[in-house]
Design a binder for this molecule. Structure first.
Ligand code: XLS
Ligand code: MN
Length: 383
């Protein structure tokens, strides 16, 4: 497995070092996309608006986006990638150069997971979830991916009364550890989501994801896993999704930065979302472009060098249109943050008492189409 080294994320920098880093380090926008949203399903409330596309038809659309910058795809096992169509995926990857970034165990859809997957209190159901996770981890190993996303979407509850949620969390963590020890050397990237489809989902926030990582890693026994941990590599890292964070009223720069403080930002899922609400998976930049900028700035500050996974749900426009908009939005936001005066920004944030209002006034002008039509920026007295 091509384990990316996440340890540099934990480097602490003095303000001077941080400025130098910001002036020299640029985010590398390597884009991947989830194959699931190339053919959006019907919802509980409305019919499909698009035809059902099989995997070859979806891959054909993806191939055409290669020149636009799509460099990777993500797929669930076994509904999207499996033993029967693995050759098709491999051939596609060879022909186009588009990588299979992660194989995600489908731990939420089946009827057998009505009461959860790895946390299911019914032993046979939980066993099925562990076995499916093992198989998905094996495929990640075979395809030499960097991580396996694990989303505990159906592991949760609506009514907490009398439920031993600690036991449920233990079952989830122990099941994951068992699967990881069966296929050592594969990193998991847990994707927190606070709710939907369950009323509350286990390990649904960024900080809980870090707790899950610490808990599972303490349970790992296989010598290969133990050796990687001893070298300081995280084996249970995170795939925080912008929209999920906002559903849970998290602040994206704070939460992404927290994951990086612990060297656990293995992957990122991008989209846009109002605060709270339901999981909208809008195109990147459709809402709160300033939050996208602030998040990218945090990733730049702490040196994120992983993928930018697009997880959108283009119900009412063609998937290729939606992906192009999302890639463009991230590129434009990245250009805006790269062109900023990092020295002045870091000085202002380090001297808030001497820079009252300066950062806001600066950013207003940085985002203005014609900053010269605004009064000049009040000067920063750094003397
Ligand atoms: C759902 C999640 C899901 C994961 C992959 O809300 O975003 O799509 O990214 O299982
Ligand atoms: Mn996601």
């Amino acid at each position: 497995m091509a384990l990316r080294d996440l340890r540099p994320q934990t480097i602490r920098r003095t303000p001077e070092e941080l400025v130098r880093h910001l002036q020299t380090f640029q985010l590398d926008l390597k884009f991947s996309a989830g194959i699931w949203f190339f053919s959006p399903p019907a919802s509980r409330f409305h019919d499909r608006y698009k035809p059902v596309l099989d995997i070859p038809a979806r891959l054909e659309i993806a191939a055409k986006l290669k020149d636009y910058g799509l460099a990777g795809l993500e797929a669930h096992y076994p509904n999207e990638i499996n033993e029967d169509n693995l050759d098709l995926w491999k051939q596609f990857s060879r022909d186009t150069g588009i990588r299979i970034v992660t194989v995600i165990p489908l731990l939420f859809y089946d009827e057998q997971f009505e009461w959860g997957s790895l946390s299911n209190p019914i032993p046979a159901r939980r066993r099925a979830a562990i076995d499916r996770t093992i198989r998905a981890l094996q495929l990640n190993k075979e395809l030499d991916t960097e991580f396996a996303v694990v989303w505990p979407g159906i592991d949760g509850y609506e009514i907490a009364f009398g439920t031993d949620l600690r036991a449920a969390r233990d079952r989830f963590a122990e099941g994951l550890a068992e699967a990881m020890d069966a296929v050592p050397g594969v990193r998991v990237a847990e994707e927190p989501k606070p709710y939907e489809p369950r009323g509350h989902i286990l390990y649904g926030t960024t900080s809980e994801g870090i707790l899950l990582g610490l808990k599972v890693e303490a349970l790992l026994k296989h010598p290969e896993n133990r050796a990687l941990l001893a070298q300081g590599h995280a084996l249970v890292a995170l795939n925080p999704e912008a929209g999920h964070m906002l559903m849970g009223y998290e602040d994206m720069p704070y939460s992404y930065g927290l994951a990086m403080e612990y060297g656990r930002l293995a992957h990122t899922h991008w989209n846009s979302q109002p605060l709270g609400n339901y999981d909208q998976d809008l195109n990147v930049g459709a809402l709160s472009p300033e939050a996208t900028e602030a998040t990218l700035y945090t990733l730049k500050m702490y040196g994120y060098d992983g993928w930018f996974g697009l997880d959108i749900n283009p119900v009412r426009m063609p998937v290729d249109t939606a992906l192009k908009i999302s890639m463009d939005a991230l590129r434009a936001a990245n250009d805006r943050i790269n062109n900023l005066d990092h020295e002045a920004i870091i000085w202002a944030t380090e001297h808030p008492d001497r820079a009252r209002g300066w950062l806001e006034a600066y950013l207003v002008r940085a985002r203005a189409a014609h900053p010269d039509r605004l009064p000049p920026l009040p000067s920063l007295d750094r003397g």
